[in-house]
Design a protein around this ligand. Structure first.
Ligand code: NOJ
Length: 551
């Protein structure tokens, strides 16, 4: 397979604002490419795909955790923040990847996971071996239980993955974990923790990393005064108060942490970028994105919106207004490693319960892959025309659907066990990528893949789409390449057709983006079609299709 090359000799731009309108491609490393044949993707595998990444015309890669980890939560349980999991490679492999990306004009953003470590982190092991009240326990959140024999957890707080947020240790104390029990929460009142994360930011920045994606940025600072107050159980998509009054999530004091981080990130030239993962109400999200803090925060509104012009219009205007008010830049996300892929979401009936569909527990919920892919392509092209950064998730450029047919016994997501098999979890969007039409693990690696790939992956493989006019892969390449010309400023002007089921806006330089959400084909504005998410019908824009026009 020959991968079309990106523009030769791309260099890293010197623009300190490169991140404001970037096309960022998320790599979930254990499912990207396996070079050494252990069934797990690795760093050398990613390096071998740098020509492919360059051919996508992306500005940056965001690499999900690659640190040493017992994999209780796909690597978001970190045992050593300043190293590489030996199954994925070495620090030298990491350096080689950064060099190869930079040589191709691609920046590197890495995930940092400050809310919790792995239970195998040396500090947690030390805490377990130490006595209640010791300095080692102070790095985490240990408390005595309540009730007879202190046998009840200190509070009724629930974990985001189901089940209680407290686990008991042999000497009777309990520790807090907002996620799996293998992910003990750090105590962010502890100076050593605060300082250690600054060391980690510098460690990776010194190695040439260009930015950081901050995991559950909204949960570091907690109100642990007793008696413990009730908190919402699950932060992902949860309904948090907008005044910062929840004891666990989105407290005002967390911003002092990120102001300090910004000082460190600004020690570098260019300053290192950062983006907060913070499932908080929209009006609170912009606080994390202030220029004095992280600069950007993920906007997950489109993950929750239906395929509907009103919802898209409202999400776009409100987020652009927020960004303008704070000096941040907007972000756009349609898929990531935590949600059902957008090609599937748009192919399910509106409002369908995704978990019920994954479980197969509601036979009435059926996926229409054709409609789903058509809408996914249209949505992507719309999002790529917007000011701000687009965060793309590996495999969406192939039009991959969610893999719903994973057998129970192969599931890895801790949600499956922690909910007593009530929620299937996120493995369906984490199945290793298909690179070739057939062969061993569709080209993912020489010896199998850690999650089974379905037969239909072959026809969506890179090999099947590379150079094929009209394929989803070529659509992404064309759009990301053309998008470079949209970045002269961050303005957007609505052209006022949204009441008819059509969204139409213009960008600087005579660019127009038109999406037809209505069931009938519609006229296009005057101009030349530069990129289109599907074929025109007799010169008209068909249903569920987006076109970019140049006037
Ligand atoms: C958010 C990450 O995106 C998710 O994958 C992870 O499980 C949780 N944070 C906990 O780290």
């Amino acid at each position: 397979m020959t991968i079309a090359q990106g523009p030769s000799a791309r260099t890293i731009s010197t623009d300190p604002d490169w991140w404001r309108q970037a096309g960022v491609y998320q790599i979930y490393p254990r499912s990207f490419t396996d070079a050494d044949g252990d069934g797990l993707g690795d760093i050398a595998g990613i390096t071998s795909r740098v020509p492919y990444l360059a051919s996508l015309h992306i500005d940056a890669v965001w690499l999900s955790p690659f640190y040493p980890s017992p994999l209780a939560d796909g690597g978001y349980d970190v045992a050593d923040y300043r190293n590489v999991d030996h199954r994925l490679g070495t620090l030298a492999d990491f350096d080689a990847l950064v060099d190869a990306l930079h040589a191709s004009g691609i920046r590197m953003i890495i995930d940092i996971v400050p809310n919790h470590s792995s239970h195998l982190h040396p500090w947690f092991q030390e805490a377990l071996a130490a006595a209640p009240g010791s300095a080692a326990r102070e790095r985490y959140i240990f408390r005595d239980g309540v009730g007879p024999g202190a046998a009840q957890p200190p509070s009724a707080w629930g974990s985001n993955f189901g089940g209680p947020a407290w686990t008991r240790v042999p000497d009777g104390q309990w520790y807090l974990h907002l996620f799996a029990k293998e992910q003990p929460d750090f105590n962010w009142d502890n100076r050593e923790i605060q300082e250690d994360f600054l060391t980690t930011l510098r460690f990776w920045s010194d190695r040439g990393v260009d930015g950081f994606r901050v995991d559950v940025a909204n949960s570091l600072v907690k109100d642990l005064s007793e008696p413990f107050r009730a908190s919402i159980d699950r932060v992902l998509g949860g309904d948090l108060p907008i005044d910062g009054s929840d004891p666990l999530y989105d407290r005002d004091d967390v911003h002092a942490v990120f102001e300090r981080w910004r000082e460190v990130l600004n020690e570098y030239d260019p300053p290192r970028s950062a983006v907060a993962e913070a499932w908080v109400p929209r009006e609170r999200r912009l606080l994390y994105a202030r220029p004095t803090e992280l600069g950007q925060a993920f906007n997950f509104d489109l993950l929750l919106a239906g395929w509907n012009p009103r919802e898209f219009h409202d999400v776009i205007t409100s987020n652009l207004n927020d960004a303008a008010a704070t000096g941040a830049s907007s972000t756009w996300v349609l898929s990531n490693h935590d949600v059902v892929r957008h090609a599937t979401r748009y192919g399910l009936p509106g409002g369908a319960d995704h978990n019920a569909w994954l479980l197969g527990s509601d036979a009435a919920i059926l996926e229409d892959r054709e409609i789903g892919l058509r809408r996914a392509r249209a949505a992507t092209l719309l999002v790529l025309a917007l000011p701000g950064s687009a965060y793309l998730y590996q495999g969406e450029e192939l039009g991959l659907s969610e893999v719903a047919e994973l057998d129970d016994h192969v599931l890895q997501d801790p949600t499956w066990e922690r909910t007593g098999h009530q929620e299937k979890g996120r493995d369906g969007c984490r199945v290793p990528l298909p690179w070739t039409r057939g062969g061993e693990s569709f080209g993912f690696g020489p010896d199998g893949s850690h999650l089974p790939q379905p037969d239909w992956f072959g026809e969506l493989s890179v090999e099947a789409q590379d150079g094929v006019y009209g394929s989803t892969l070529e659509l992404y390449r064309a759009a990301l390449r053309a998008r470079a010309q949209l970045k002269s400023n961050e303005e957007l002007d609505w052209q006022g057709r949204d009441t008819e089921g059509i969204l139409h806006f213009s960008r600087p330089g005579g660019w127009h983006c038109v999406t037809n959400f209505s069931p009938e084909p519609v006229d296009l504005p005057a101009g030349v079609v530069v990129v289109c998410s599907g074929p025109l019908q007799k010169g008209l824009l068909p249903t569920d299709t987006t076109a970019w026009m140049l006037q």
